[in-house]
Design a protein around this ligand. Structure first.
Ligand SMILES: CC(C)(COP(=O)(O)OP(=O)(O)OC[C@H]1O[C@@H](n2cnc3c(N)ncnc32)[C@H](O)[C@@H]1OP(=O)(O)O)[C@@H](O)C(=O)NCCC(=O)NCCS
Length: 168
């Protein structure tokens, strides 16, 4: 167990439900908006495909667990093709990052640790870049910039960001 009362481990097939919880949290990052329910997140392929069939070949994830083993956050990477791109699609060989932390655990460094660890493991696996999409108003954007993501494309409300992994 690390100093913050949690530790990091690789995400496994048994984490599919928790990753879905974190996907729902990511979709609903803005408390000022009407929440999108889990059923709707899973019924809409554009959001569901971040977790559908987890784990698939090429998937890579990290879960933060508190003492006792309960998951409190997750960051994971999935490859998408140009025929079925994620919101942050850059190229078929650049996996897209999703991240979420349980509300009661936010602001304690878990998200930063998860992003750093999944990037480290991705570099170790031979990947050269990872990407993501983030709405510009989301505070998570600051975390990504601080961790080394740079903006490579912008829509009306969101940015596509890429982290180059070489040398990590
Ligand atoms: C974004 C998120 C994963 C960050 O995890 P976290 O554990 O709260 O983050 P950390 O404690 O490591 O803080 C790192 C940075 O995240 C941001 N952050 C901190 N608390 C936050 C909060 N409650 N909500 C959003 N972002 C927060 C800050 O920029 C912070 O940097 P700072 O300390 O220099 O201000 C988490 O807040 C979350 O799950 N939010 C909802 C889901 C979401 O937005 N996912 C990303 C979609 S692109």
């Amino acid at each position: 167990m690390g100093e913050g009362g949690y530790s990091l481990r690789a995400a496994t097939a048994g984490d599919a439900d928790f990753l879905t919880d974190m996907l729902v949290a990511a979709v609903n990052w803005d408390p000022a908006r009407e929440a999108v329910g889990r059923d709707r997140v899973l019924a809409d392929h554009r959001t569901a495909h971040y977790v559908e069939g987890w784990p698939r070949p090429g998937d890579l994830g990290v879960v933060a667990v508190e003492a006792g083993g309960r998951p409190v956050g997750a960051a994971w990477l999935r490859l998408f093709g140009p025929d079925d791109p994620g919101y942050g699609f850059v190229s078929g060989d650049v996996p897209e990052l999703s991240v979420g932390v349980l509300p009661s655990w936010r602001g304690r460094g878990v998200g930063r640790a998860l992003v750093g660890e999944v990037a480290r493991r991705a570099a170790e696996a031979g990947l050269t870049r990872i990407c993501l999409s983030v709405e510009r108003a989301n505070r998570a954007r600051r975390l990504y910039a601080a961790e080394g993501f740079t903006t490579v494309g912008s829509g009306p409300d969101s940015d596509t960001m890429v982290m180059v992994l070489r040398g990590r």
